[in-house]
Design a protein around this ligand. Sequence first.
Ligand SMILES: [Zn+2]
Length: 70
Amino acid sequence: MKYTEKDIGNIVDYSDDKGSYYEERIVMVYCSICGSRFIGPIREAGGFLGGHDLFHAWEYKTETETHMEA
Ligand SMILES: [Zn+2]
């Protein structure tokens, strides 16, 4: 399923191999660190935000370690 800006605000039901989701709202969220955007169900938007948070925390940690070694 591919969502676009036209879908924002729609309420959808969908299923994947983990389960079925009912009355999920389509939202747009963005990462406040890199500006990347995501459009999709709230459940997936949470995963997007969490994924970016973890990635940027890792990135920051890696850069800090690299600078400390130099
Ligand atoms: Zn990001």
